[in-house]
Design a protein around this ligand. Structure first.
Ligand code: IYR
Length: 221
Protein backbone atom coordinates (compact mmCIF):
# COMPACT_ATOMS: atom_id res chain seq x y z
CA UNK A 1 0.00 0.00 0.00
CA UNK A 2 1.20 3.56 -0.75
CA UNK A 3 2.04 5.56 2.40
CA UNK A 4 0.34 8.98 2.58
CA UNK A 5 2.66 11.92 1.93
CA UNK A 6 1.76 15.44 3.08
CA UNK A 7 3.06 18.89 2.11
CA UNK A 8 2.12 22.26 3.67
CA UNK A 9 -1.19 23.77 2.52
CA UNK A 10 -0.75 26.97 0.49
CA UNK A 11 -3.43 29.19 1.97
CA UNK A 12 -4.14 32.89 1.74
CA UNK A 13 -5.67 34.29 4.95
CA UNK A 14 -8.27 36.93 4.09
CA UNK A 15 -9.84 39.32 6.63
CA UNK A 16 -13.54 38.56 7.14
CA UNK A 17 -14.73 41.81 5.58
CA UNK A 18 -12.81 41.11 2.42
CA UNK A 19 -14.10 37.51 2.38
CA UNK A 20 -17.65 38.78 2.43
CA UNK A 21 -16.96 41.37 -0.26
CA UNK A 22 -15.28 38.80 -2.49
CA UNK A 23 -18.13 36.36 -1.85
CA UNK A 24 -20.68 38.98 -2.80
CA UNK A 25 -18.85 39.88 -6.02
CA UNK A 26 -18.41 36.23 -6.95
CA UNK A 27 -22.08 35.52 -6.32
CA UNK A 28 -23.13 38.51 -8.43
CA UNK A 29 -20.83 37.39 -11.22
CA UNK A 30 -22.19 33.82 -11.10
CA UNK A 31 -25.76 35.06 -10.86
CA UNK A 32 -25.31 36.84 -14.20
CA UNK A 33 -24.61 33.49 -15.88
CA UNK A 34 -27.37 32.27 -18.14
CA UNK A 35 -27.75 29.22 -20.33
CA UNK A 36 -28.55 30.16 -23.90
CA UNK A 37 -29.13 28.04 -26.99
CA UNK A 38 -28.22 30.87 -29.34
CA UNK A 39 -24.54 30.89 -30.24
CA UNK A 40 -22.57 33.14 -32.59
CA UNK A 41 -20.37 31.31 -35.07
CA UNK A 42 -17.47 33.64 -34.10
CA UNK A 43 -14.30 31.57 -33.61
CA UNK A 44 -12.88 31.10 -30.11
CA UNK A 45 -9.14 30.43 -29.68
CA UNK A 46 -8.19 26.99 -28.41
CA UNK A 47 -6.43 28.63 -25.44
CA UNK A 48 -9.81 29.70 -23.98
CA UNK A 49 -10.98 26.09 -24.02
CA UNK A 50 -7.67 24.92 -22.55
CA UNK A 51 -8.09 27.38 -19.64
CA UNK A 52 -11.60 26.13 -18.91
CA UNK A 53 -10.58 22.46 -19.08
CA UNK A 54 -7.55 23.10 -16.87
CA UNK A 55 -9.90 24.76 -14.35
CA UNK A 56 -12.28 21.77 -14.51
CA UNK A 57 -9.28 19.55 -13.79
CA UNK A 58 -8.79 21.29 -10.43
CA UNK A 59 -12.05 19.79 -9.12
CA UNK A 60 -11.96 17.38 -6.20
CA UNK A 61 -12.68 13.76 -7.11
CA UNK A 62 -13.33 10.44 -5.40
CA UNK A 63 -9.99 9.02 -4.16
CA UNK A 64 -8.37 11.70 -6.38
CA UNK A 65 -8.94 9.44 -9.39
CA UNK A 66 -9.84 12.37 -11.68
CA UNK A 67 -12.29 10.24 -13.67
CA UNK A 68 -12.79 12.65 -16.58
CA UNK A 69 -11.77 13.26 -20.16
CA UNK A 70 -12.73 16.43 -22.03
CA UNK A 71 -12.80 16.04 -25.82
CA UNK A 72 -12.85 19.49 -27.45
CA UNK A 73 -14.21 19.42 -31.00
CA UNK A 74 -13.88 22.36 -33.41
CA UNK A 75 -13.74 20.42 -36.69
CA UNK A 76 -16.91 21.50 -38.56
CA UNK A 77 -17.45 18.08 -40.17
CA UNK A 78 -17.22 16.30 -36.81
CA UNK A 79 -19.51 18.86 -35.15
CA UNK A 80 -22.02 18.29 -37.95
CA UNK A 81 -21.84 14.51 -37.42
CA UNK A 82 -22.44 15.01 -33.69
CA UNK A 83 -25.37 17.34 -34.42
CA UNK A 84 -27.01 14.89 -36.82
CA UNK A 85 -26.61 11.95 -34.45
CA UNK A 86 -27.94 13.99 -31.50
CA UNK A 87 -30.92 15.29 -33.49
CA UNK A 88 -31.77 11.73 -34.54
CA UNK A 89 -31.94 10.64 -30.88
CA UNK A 90 -33.77 13.80 -29.84
CA UNK A 91 -36.40 13.32 -32.56
CA UNK A 92 -37.28 9.97 -30.95
CA UNK A 93 -37.15 11.57 -27.50
CA UNK A 94 -39.59 14.37 -28.34
CA UNK A 95 -41.95 12.22 -30.40
CA UNK A 96 -42.73 9.38 -28.04
CA UNK A 97 -39.74 8.11 -26.08
CA UNK A 98 -39.98 10.76 -23.33
CA UNK A 99 -42.80 10.35 -20.82
CA UNK A 100 -45.49 13.05 -20.93
CA UNK A 101 -44.39 14.50 -17.57
CA UNK A 102 -40.87 15.05 -18.86
CA UNK A 103 -42.10 16.89 -21.96
CA UNK A 104 -44.31 18.99 -19.67
CA UNK A 105 -41.37 19.88 -17.41
CA UNK A 106 -39.34 21.03 -20.44
CA UNK A 107 -42.13 23.18 -21.91
CA UNK A 108 -41.06 26.46 -20.18
CA UNK A 109 -37.57 26.04 -21.69
CA UNK A 110 -38.84 25.75 -25.27
CA UNK A 111 -36.48 22.90 -26.19
CA UNK A 112 -37.12 20.61 -29.14
CA UNK A 113 -35.24 18.13 -31.35
CA UNK A 114 -33.47 20.85 -33.36
CA UNK A 115 -29.97 21.49 -32.05
CA UNK A 116 -28.42 24.28 -34.18
CA UNK A 117 -26.08 25.14 -31.30
CA UNK A 118 -24.22 21.88 -31.99
CA UNK A 119 -22.97 23.28 -35.31
CA UNK A 120 -23.09 27.04 -34.58
CA UNK A 121 -20.92 27.00 -31.46
CA UNK A 122 -17.23 27.03 -32.45
CA UNK A 123 -16.43 24.34 -29.87
CA UNK A 124 -18.23 21.29 -28.53
CA UNK A 125 -16.59 20.03 -25.38
CA UNK A 126 -17.73 16.46 -24.87
CA UNK A 127 -17.23 15.29 -21.31
CA UNK A 128 -16.59 11.63 -20.61
CA UNK A 129 -16.82 9.93 -17.23
CA UNK A 130 -14.42 7.08 -16.57
CA UNK A 131 -16.63 4.42 -15.03
CA UNK A 132 -13.50 2.50 -13.99
CA UNK A 133 -9.76 2.77 -14.47
CA UNK A 134 -7.92 0.92 -17.23
CA UNK A 135 -4.28 0.05 -16.68
CA UNK A 136 -1.98 -0.03 -19.72
CA UNK A 137 -2.04 -3.86 -19.44
CA UNK A 138 -5.86 -3.84 -19.67
CA UNK A 139 -6.47 -4.49 -15.95
CA UNK A 140 -9.52 -2.72 -14.50
CA UNK A 141 -9.44 -0.65 -11.29
CA UNK A 142 -12.51 0.47 -9.38
CA UNK A 143 -13.26 4.21 -9.44
CA UNK A 144 -15.38 5.88 -6.74
CA UNK A 145 -18.05 8.59 -6.90
CA UNK A 146 -17.38 9.19 -10.60
CA UNK A 147 -20.76 10.81 -11.31
CA UNK A 148 -20.36 13.28 -8.45
CA UNK A 149 -16.73 14.00 -9.39
CA UNK A 150 -17.47 14.72 -13.05
CA UNK A 151 -20.47 16.86 -12.07
CA UNK A 152 -18.25 19.02 -9.86
CA UNK A 153 -15.64 19.34 -12.63
CA UNK A 154 -18.31 20.42 -15.11
CA UNK A 155 -19.45 23.07 -12.61
CA UNK A 156 -15.92 24.46 -12.50
CA UNK A 157 -15.80 24.41 -16.33
CA UNK A 158 -19.06 26.34 -16.62
CA UNK A 159 -17.86 28.92 -14.07
CA UNK A 160 -14.57 29.36 -15.99
CA UNK A 161 -16.35 29.87 -19.31
CA UNK A 162 -18.64 32.46 -17.74
CA UNK A 163 -15.70 34.20 -16.09
CA UNK A 164 -14.04 34.53 -19.51
CA UNK A 165 -17.16 36.18 -20.94
CA UNK A 166 -18.36 33.28 -23.07
CA UNK A 167 -21.47 31.13 -22.84
CA UNK A 168 -22.08 27.41 -22.65
CA UNK A 169 -24.97 25.02 -22.41
CA UNK A 170 -25.30 21.64 -20.72
CA UNK A 171 -26.67 19.41 -23.45
CA UNK A 172 -27.57 15.80 -22.72
CA UNK A 173 -28.79 13.96 -25.79
CA UNK A 174 -30.56 10.80 -24.73
CA UNK A 175 -29.02 8.22 -25.17
CA UNK A 176 -25.44 9.46 -25.67
CA UNK A 177 -23.68 6.26 -26.69
CA UNK A 178 -23.12 7.63 -30.23
CA UNK A 179 -20.51 10.03 -28.78
CA UNK A 180 -18.34 7.20 -27.55
CA UNK A 181 -18.36 5.72 -31.06
CA UNK A 182 -17.95 8.99 -33.02
CA UNK A 183 -15.05 10.11 -30.82
CA UNK A 184 -13.46 6.67 -30.51
CA UNK A 185 -13.36 6.62 -26.73
CA UNK A 186 -12.09 3.59 -24.75
CA UNK A 187 -14.46 1.05 -23.19
CA UNK A 188 -14.20 2.55 -19.68
CA UNK A 189 -15.50 5.99 -20.76
CA UNK A 190 -19.17 7.02 -20.78
CA UNK A 191 -20.41 10.22 -22.41
CA UNK A 192 -21.57 12.54 -19.62
CA UNK A 193 -22.70 15.64 -21.50
CA UNK A 194 -21.90 18.00 -24.36
CA UNK A 195 -20.92 21.60 -23.63
CA UNK A 196 -21.17 23.83 -26.70
CA UNK A 197 -18.97 26.87 -26.02
CA UNK A 198 -18.82 30.22 -27.78
CA UNK A 199 -20.03 33.80 -27.79
CA UNK A 200 -23.76 34.40 -27.64
CA UNK A 201 -25.50 35.28 -30.91
CA UNK A 202 -26.25 39.03 -31.13
CA UNK A 203 -29.97 38.30 -30.75
CA UNK A 204 -29.51 35.53 -28.15
CA UNK A 205 -32.48 34.92 -25.89
CA UNK A 206 -32.96 33.05 -22.63
CA UNK A 207 -36.12 31.67 -21.04
CA UNK A 208 -37.85 34.06 -18.64
CA UNK A 209 -37.20 31.91 -15.57
CA UNK A 210 -35.94 32.81 -12.12
CA UNK A 211 -33.70 31.34 -9.47
CA UNK A 212 -35.03 30.31 -6.09
CA UNK A 213 -34.09 32.79 -3.35
CA UNK A 214 -31.69 31.74 -0.62
CA UNK A 215 -34.51 31.21 1.87
CA UNK A 216 -35.98 28.53 -0.36
CA UNK A 217 -32.81 26.56 -0.95
CA UNK A 218 -31.08 26.81 2.42
CA UNK A 219 -31.89 25.87 5.95
CA UNK A 220 -29.79 26.77 8.99
CA UNK A 221 -30.11 25.03 12.34
N1 IYR B 1 -32.06 15.89 -24.00
C1 IYR B 1 -33.16 16.68 -24.45
C2 IYR B 1 -34.15 16.96 -23.39
C3 IYR B 1 -33.80 17.88 -22.30
C4 IYR B 1 -33.81 17.39 -20.99
C5 IYR B 1 -33.61 18.23 -19.94
I1 IYR B 1 -33.78 17.51 -18.06
C6 IYR B 1 -33.35 19.60 -20.15
O1 IYR B 1 -33.13 20.46 -19.08
C7 IYR B 1 -33.34 20.09 -21.46
C8 IYR B 1 -33.55 19.21 -22.52
C9 IYR B 1 -32.68 17.95 -25.16
O2 IYR B 1 -31.50 18.28 -25.04
O3 IYR B 1 -33.46 18.61 -25.81
Amino acid sequence: MTEPKFVPLQHEAIPLEESLERGRLFYEQMNRRRTTRHFATTPVPREVIERAIATAGTAPSGAHQQPWTFVAVSDPALKQQIREAAEKEEAHFYSGRAPEDWIKALAPLGTDQHKPHLSDAPWLVVVFRKAYGLEPDGAKTTYYYTTESVGIAVGFFIAAIHQMGLVTLTHTPNPMTFLQELLGRPANERAYLILPVGYPAPQAQVPDIHRKPLGEIAEFR
